[in-house]
Write a new protein. Structure first.
Length: 264
């Protein structure tokens, strides 16, 4: 039996355990991989409210992440990066990782701009730094619709209601340097939910999954991106690229949401 692939996760730690690195760990381990966790911040929040963000010093988490590269992770996933300096450090880590582990190393970025209960993690300058520092690096992005509207401007209402608007947004994001993206449709108005999947190698696909009424699962974005990174690392089917990985991640998250709803 082989060793489980390692996924380096650079993200926030949630004091309540519902999101952040705990959610990442659950998704990665259920995929048959193992996590190398590096915390960028501690968030004090729960399902009702956001209270505070305690960002770590950049050099502290960066040194931990640099050391973790010695374990030769099969993929990297970024979550919460609380500010411009953290975003620039993430870009430096990507360059170092690819120099050490090869240019084909998959890197997934979940652009966590704020909490679901309203707390902000990056300011307007930080949002622009995503585009300046990280967009040119050929990463795999997993924004939801509000994050997409904020990252590149445009109408959130259009993204929520028009699949064509999502396609135009995705084309623009790819033109600026993304390797691939999953534009998640959970905040949209359609039923079933439609996730746009776009890859430089494979082109466009749409993943659909049922909309679960009243569904709430904290850390759903963390779970999706970590499961996507795991699937990219595992390459679960011959020639399996982003389309296959996104299908695995979508199925996993849909099942997790259904289970969490049934338990309430």
């Amino acid at each position: 039996m082989g060793t489980a692939p390692l996924i380096l996760v650079v993200a926030g730690h949630d004091s309540s355990g519902g999101a952040g690195l705990d959610a990442d760990r659950a998704a990665i381990e259920q995929a048959g991989c193992a996590i190398l966790p590096v915390a960028t911040a501690l968030t004090d929040q729960d399902a009702r409210e956001f209270r505070s963000l305690g960002a770590r010093r950049v050099e502290d988490w960066w040194n931990e992440a640099q050391a973790a590269l010695g374990n030769r992770p099969a993929a990297i996933k970024f979550g919460l990066l609380p500010g411009r300096a953290h975003l620039r450090a993430a870009a430096e880590l990507v360059a170092l990782a690819r120099a050490q582990l090869g240019s084909a190393l998959p890197v997934v970025l979940d652009p966590v701009l704020g909490s679901s209960t309203g707390g902000r993690f990056v300011d307007d300058e930080g949002v622009q730094e995503y585009r300046a520092a990280l967009l040119p690096l050929r990463l795999f992005w997993t924004p939801n619709l509000p994050e997409a509207a904020e990252l590149m401007g445009g109408s959130l209402a259009a993204l929520e209601s028009e699949l064509e608007a999502r396609w135009r947004w995705a084309q623009g994001w790819m033109e600026e340097g993304a390797e691939g993206l999953v534009l998640k449709g959970g905040h949209g108005r359609e039923d079933p939910v439609m996730d746009l999947v776009l890859s430089r190698e494979e082109g466009l696909a749409w993943n659909s999954h049922p909309r679960v009424p009243g569904a709430k699962l904290r850390g759903s974005g963390c779970r999706y991106a970590s499961r996507l990174a795991s699937a990219l690392a595992l390459r679960q089917e011959p020639m399996g690229g982003l389309h296959v990985a996104a299908a695995h991640a979508s199925r996993y998250l849909s099942e997790a949401i259904s289970r969490s709803t049934a338990l309430r």
